[in-house]
Design a protein around this ligand. Structure first.
Ligand code: ADP
Length: 254
Protein backbone atom coordinates (compact mmCIF):
# COMPACT_ATOMS: atom_id res chain seq x y z
CA UNK A 1 0.00 0.00 0.00
CA UNK A 2 1.13 3.51 -0.77
CA UNK A 3 -0.32 6.13 1.55
CA UNK A 4 0.14 9.81 0.76
CA UNK A 5 -1.24 12.83 2.56
CA UNK A 6 -2.35 16.14 1.05
CA UNK A 7 -2.96 19.33 3.06
CA UNK A 8 -4.97 22.18 1.51
CA UNK A 9 -4.56 25.29 3.65
CA UNK A 10 -7.39 27.26 2.04
CA UNK A 11 -8.63 30.77 2.76
CA UNK A 12 -11.68 29.53 4.66
CA UNK A 13 -11.16 25.81 5.29
CA UNK A 14 -8.19 23.54 6.00
CA UNK A 15 -8.62 20.21 4.26
CA UNK A 16 -6.63 17.00 4.79
CA UNK A 17 -6.88 13.86 2.67
CA UNK A 18 -5.21 10.48 2.70
CA UNK A 19 -4.73 8.91 -0.72
CA UNK A 20 -4.28 5.15 -0.92
CA UNK A 21 -2.84 4.09 -4.27
CA UNK A 22 -4.34 7.14 -6.05
CA UNK A 23 -7.80 6.67 -4.48
CA UNK A 24 -9.30 9.03 -1.88
CA UNK A 25 -9.45 7.01 1.33
CA UNK A 26 -10.01 9.61 4.09
CA UNK A 27 -10.82 13.33 4.18
CA UNK A 28 -11.75 15.94 6.78
CA UNK A 29 -11.84 19.73 7.15
CA UNK A 30 -11.77 22.41 9.83
CA UNK A 31 -12.37 26.16 9.46
CA UNK A 32 -9.21 28.17 8.76
CA UNK A 33 -7.98 29.90 11.93
CA UNK A 34 -4.64 31.04 13.38
CA UNK A 35 -2.24 28.13 13.92
CA UNK A 36 -2.99 26.56 10.54
CA UNK A 37 -0.15 24.06 10.63
CA UNK A 38 -1.23 22.73 14.05
CA UNK A 39 -4.83 22.46 12.82
CA UNK A 40 -3.73 20.55 9.72
CA UNK A 41 -1.43 18.23 11.67
CA UNK A 42 -4.25 17.60 14.17
CA UNK A 43 -6.33 16.27 11.28
CA UNK A 44 -3.39 14.17 10.08
CA UNK A 45 -3.14 12.60 13.53
CA UNK A 46 -6.90 11.91 13.56
CA UNK A 47 -6.55 10.23 10.18
CA UNK A 48 -3.67 8.02 11.34
CA UNK A 49 -5.49 7.09 14.56
CA UNK A 50 -8.74 6.23 12.79
CA UNK A 51 -7.05 4.10 10.14
CA UNK A 52 -4.62 2.46 12.57
CA UNK A 53 -1.59 3.85 10.72
CA UNK A 54 1.56 5.57 11.93
CA UNK A 55 3.67 8.31 10.36
CA UNK A 56 6.15 5.70 9.12
CA UNK A 57 3.41 4.30 6.83
CA UNK A 58 3.13 7.64 5.02
CA UNK A 59 5.21 8.00 1.84
CA UNK A 60 4.84 11.78 1.57
CA UNK A 61 3.00 14.85 2.81
CA UNK A 62 2.39 17.70 0.33
CA UNK A 63 0.79 21.08 1.02
CA UNK A 64 -1.22 23.34 -1.24
CA UNK A 65 -3.61 26.28 -0.82
CA UNK A 66 -2.91 29.87 -0.05
CA UNK A 67 -1.35 29.03 3.34
CA UNK A 68 0.82 26.18 1.99
CA UNK A 69 4.09 27.79 3.08
CA UNK A 70 2.91 27.64 6.71
CA UNK A 71 2.92 23.83 6.64
CA UNK A 72 6.49 23.12 7.65
CA UNK A 73 5.56 19.49 8.35
CA UNK A 74 4.97 18.95 4.61
CA UNK A 75 7.81 17.65 2.47
CA UNK A 76 6.85 19.80 -0.50
CA UNK A 77 4.37 22.39 -1.74
CA UNK A 78 2.23 22.22 -4.88
CA UNK A 79 0.51 25.19 -6.54
CA UNK A 80 -3.29 25.17 -6.28
CA UNK A 81 -3.96 25.06 -10.02
CA UNK A 82 -1.73 22.01 -10.65
CA UNK A 83 -3.16 20.26 -7.59
CA UNK A 84 -6.74 20.99 -8.70
CA UNK A 85 -6.06 19.79 -12.25
CA UNK A 86 -4.40 16.54 -11.15
CA UNK A 87 -6.93 15.83 -8.40
CA UNK A 88 -9.98 16.42 -10.57
CA UNK A 89 -8.63 14.64 -13.64
CA UNK A 90 -7.78 11.57 -11.54
CA UNK A 91 -11.01 11.47 -9.50
CA UNK A 92 -13.14 11.97 -12.63
CA UNK A 93 -11.48 8.96 -14.22
CA UNK A 94 -9.90 11.18 -16.88
CA UNK A 95 -13.27 12.58 -18.04
CA UNK A 96 -13.02 16.18 -16.81
CA UNK A 97 -12.05 18.83 -19.40
CA UNK A 98 -13.32 21.97 -17.62
CA UNK A 99 -12.98 22.58 -13.88
CA UNK A 100 -14.99 25.35 -12.29
CA UNK A 101 -13.66 25.90 -8.77
CA UNK A 102 -15.53 28.14 -6.34
CA UNK A 103 -13.17 28.74 -3.46
CA UNK A 104 -13.52 30.77 -0.29
CA UNK A 105 -12.17 33.92 -1.92
CA UNK A 106 -11.81 33.31 -5.64
CA UNK A 107 -13.33 31.73 -8.73
CA UNK A 108 -11.22 29.66 -11.11
CA UNK A 109 -11.77 28.01 -14.47
CA UNK A 110 -9.21 25.43 -15.61
CA UNK A 111 -9.33 23.70 -18.99
CA UNK A 112 -7.63 20.33 -19.36
CA UNK A 113 -6.55 18.40 -22.42
CA UNK A 114 -7.16 14.67 -22.87
CA UNK A 115 -3.99 13.89 -20.90
CA UNK A 116 -5.01 16.05 -17.96
CA UNK A 117 -2.55 18.82 -18.80
CA UNK A 118 -3.61 22.41 -18.16
CA UNK A 119 -4.63 23.96 -21.49
CA UNK A 120 -5.99 27.24 -20.16
CA UNK A 121 -6.65 28.90 -16.83
CA UNK A 122 -8.62 31.94 -15.65
CA UNK A 123 -9.12 33.34 -12.18
CA UNK A 124 -11.19 36.08 -10.60
CA UNK A 125 -9.81 37.00 -7.20
CA UNK A 126 -10.47 40.75 -7.42
CA UNK A 127 -13.92 40.64 -5.89
CA UNK A 128 -15.52 38.41 -3.28
CA UNK A 129 -18.89 38.34 -5.08
CA UNK A 130 -19.56 34.81 -6.24
CA UNK A 131 -17.10 33.19 -3.85
CA UNK A 132 -17.59 31.03 -0.76
CA UNK A 133 -17.28 34.07 1.54
CA UNK A 134 -20.11 35.71 -0.36
CA UNK A 135 -22.31 32.69 0.35
CA UNK A 136 -21.31 32.77 4.02
CA UNK A 137 -22.26 36.44 4.23
CA UNK A 138 -25.59 35.75 2.52
CA UNK A 139 -26.25 32.94 5.02
CA UNK A 140 -25.76 35.45 7.86
CA UNK A 141 -27.97 38.13 6.31
CA UNK A 142 -30.73 35.63 5.54
CA UNK A 143 -30.23 33.89 8.90
CA UNK A 144 -30.24 30.54 7.07
CA UNK A 145 -27.59 27.77 7.24
CA UNK A 146 -25.60 27.41 4.02
CA UNK A 147 -26.38 23.70 4.04
CA UNK A 148 -30.06 24.56 3.38
CA UNK A 149 -29.43 26.80 0.35
CA UNK A 150 -29.81 23.94 -2.14
CA UNK A 151 -33.23 22.69 -1.07
CA UNK A 152 -34.51 26.21 -0.35
CA UNK A 153 -33.68 27.57 -3.80
CA UNK A 154 -35.64 24.68 -5.31
CA UNK A 155 -38.72 26.12 -3.54
CA UNK A 156 -38.26 29.68 -4.87
CA UNK A 157 -41.53 31.41 -5.79
CA UNK A 158 -40.00 34.14 -7.97
CA UNK A 159 -37.28 34.19 -10.60
CA UNK A 160 -34.91 36.99 -9.86
CA UNK A 161 -31.24 37.76 -10.23
CA UNK A 162 -29.32 39.97 -7.84
CA UNK A 163 -27.97 42.88 -9.86
CA UNK A 164 -25.11 43.84 -7.59
CA UNK A 165 -21.69 42.71 -8.73
CA UNK A 166 -20.09 43.82 -5.47
CA UNK A 167 -20.49 42.12 -2.09
CA UNK A 168 -21.26 45.35 -0.27
CA UNK A 169 -24.07 46.26 -2.69
CA UNK A 170 -25.34 42.69 -2.84
CA UNK A 171 -25.68 42.79 0.93
CA UNK A 172 -27.91 45.88 0.85
CA UNK A 173 -29.82 44.43 -2.10
CA UNK A 174 -30.62 41.30 -0.08
CA UNK A 175 -31.67 43.39 2.93
CA UNK A 176 -33.99 45.51 0.79
CA UNK A 177 -35.53 42.45 -0.91
CA UNK A 178 -36.24 41.00 2.55
CA UNK A 179 -37.80 44.32 3.59
CA UNK A 180 -40.04 44.19 0.51
CA UNK A 181 -41.30 40.81 1.65
CA UNK A 182 -39.58 38.68 -1.01
CA UNK A 183 -39.25 35.11 0.29
CA UNK A 184 -35.79 33.92 1.31
CA UNK A 185 -36.04 31.01 -1.12
CA UNK A 186 -36.32 33.39 -4.08
CA UNK A 187 -33.44 35.54 -2.82
CA UNK A 188 -31.25 32.45 -2.50
CA UNK A 189 -32.23 31.34 -5.99
CA UNK A 190 -31.42 34.84 -7.24
CA UNK A 191 -28.04 34.64 -5.55
CA UNK A 192 -27.27 31.35 -7.30
CA UNK A 193 -28.36 32.83 -10.64
CA UNK A 194 -26.09 35.83 -10.23
CA UNK A 195 -23.08 33.68 -9.27
CA UNK A 196 -23.79 31.42 -12.27
CA UNK A 197 -23.78 34.52 -14.49
CA UNK A 198 -20.42 35.60 -13.07
CA UNK A 199 -18.99 32.16 -13.78
CA UNK A 200 -20.33 32.25 -17.35
CA UNK A 201 -18.63 35.63 -17.82
CA UNK A 202 -15.36 34.21 -16.53
CA UNK A 203 -15.66 31.29 -18.95
CA UNK A 204 -16.03 33.86 -21.70
CA UNK A 205 -17.38 33.04 -25.11
CA UNK A 206 -15.17 30.02 -25.59
CA UNK A 207 -17.11 26.91 -26.53
CA UNK A 208 -17.34 24.53 -23.60
CA UNK A 209 -15.46 21.40 -24.55
CA UNK A 210 -15.95 18.02 -22.90
CA UNK A 211 -17.21 17.29 -19.42
CA UNK A 212 -17.60 20.13 -16.92
CA UNK A 213 -16.99 19.53 -13.20
CA UNK A 214 -17.68 21.93 -10.35
CA UNK A 215 -15.54 21.71 -7.19
CA UNK A 216 -14.72 23.73 -4.07
CA UNK A 217 -16.96 23.94 -0.99
CA UNK A 218 -19.94 25.62 -2.73
CA UNK A 219 -20.18 22.65 -5.13
CA UNK A 220 -22.05 20.91 -2.27
CA UNK A 221 -24.91 23.32 -2.90
CA UNK A 222 -27.28 21.61 -5.37
CA UNK A 223 -29.01 24.94 -6.06
CA UNK A 224 -25.73 26.40 -7.29
CA UNK A 225 -25.16 23.42 -9.57
CA UNK A 226 -28.66 23.74 -11.04
CA UNK A 227 -28.29 27.49 -11.64
CA UNK A 228 -24.98 26.87 -13.38
CA UNK A 229 -26.49 24.17 -15.61
CA UNK A 230 -29.32 26.54 -16.56
CA UNK A 231 -26.87 29.34 -17.34
CA UNK A 232 -24.39 27.22 -19.32
CA UNK A 233 -27.04 24.99 -20.92
CA UNK A 234 -24.78 22.05 -20.13
CA UNK A 235 -24.51 19.28 -17.57
CA UNK A 236 -22.31 20.13 -14.58
CA UNK A 237 -20.84 17.15 -12.73
CA UNK A 238 -19.99 17.11 -9.01
CA UNK A 239 -17.89 14.39 -7.37
CA UNK A 240 -18.65 12.92 -3.93
CA UNK A 241 -16.23 15.10 -1.94
CA UNK A 242 -15.93 18.23 -4.09
CA UNK A 243 -14.15 20.29 -1.43
CA UNK A 244 -11.22 17.84 -1.31
CA UNK A 245 -10.09 17.54 -4.93
CA UNK A 246 -7.28 20.08 -4.51
CA UNK A 247 -5.88 18.40 -1.37
CA UNK A 248 -6.15 15.04 -3.13
CA UNK A 249 -4.25 16.36 -6.15
CA UNK A 250 -1.48 17.60 -3.87
CA UNK A 251 -1.33 14.20 -2.14
CA UNK A 252 -0.81 12.24 -5.37
CA UNK A 253 1.47 14.77 -7.12
CA UNK A 254 5.14 13.88 -7.65
P1 ADP B 1 -10.89 27.58 0.31
O1 ADP B 1 -10.03 26.46 -0.24
O2 ADP B 1 -10.60 28.90 -0.32
O3 ADP B 1 -10.88 27.62 1.82
P2 ADP B 1 -13.23 25.89 -0.13
O4 ADP B 1 -13.16 25.21 -1.46
O5 ADP B 1 -12.83 25.07 1.05
O6 ADP B 1 -12.38 27.24 -0.17
O7 ADP B 1 -14.70 26.43 0.04
C1 ADP B 1 -15.10 27.13 1.20
C2 ADP B 1 -16.52 27.57 1.01
O8 ADP B 1 -17.36 26.44 0.86
C3 ADP B 1 -17.11 28.29 2.20
O9 ADP B 1 -16.82 29.67 2.13
C4 ADP B 1 -18.62 28.02 2.05
O10 ADP B 1 -19.22 29.06 1.33
C5 ADP B 1 -18.69 26.77 1.18
N1 ADP B 1 -19.28 25.60 1.85
C6 ADP B 1 -18.72 24.82 2.79
N2 ADP B 1 -19.57 23.82 3.15
C7 ADP B 1 -20.70 23.98 2.41
C8 ADP B 1 -21.94 23.28 2.33
N3 ADP B 1 -22.20 22.19 3.06
N4 ADP B 1 -22.86 23.73 1.44
C9 ADP B 1 -22.61 24.81 0.68
N5 ADP B 1 -21.47 25.51 0.72
C10 ADP B 1 -20.52 25.11 1.57
Amino acid sequence: MSYRIGLDLGSTAIKVVLAENRALRWCRKVPTAPGQEALAMGLVQACLDELGLSMSDIVSIAATGYGKKLASGAGRTVDEISANALGMFTLSGGRCRTIINIGGQDLKVINLDENGRIADFKMNDKCAAGTGRFFEQAARILDTPLEQFGEMSARARETLELNSTCVVFAESEMVSLLAKGVDKESIIRGLHNSVARRIANLLGRQALKGDIYLDGGPAQNAGMVEALEDELLAEVHVLDDPQFTVAFGAAISD
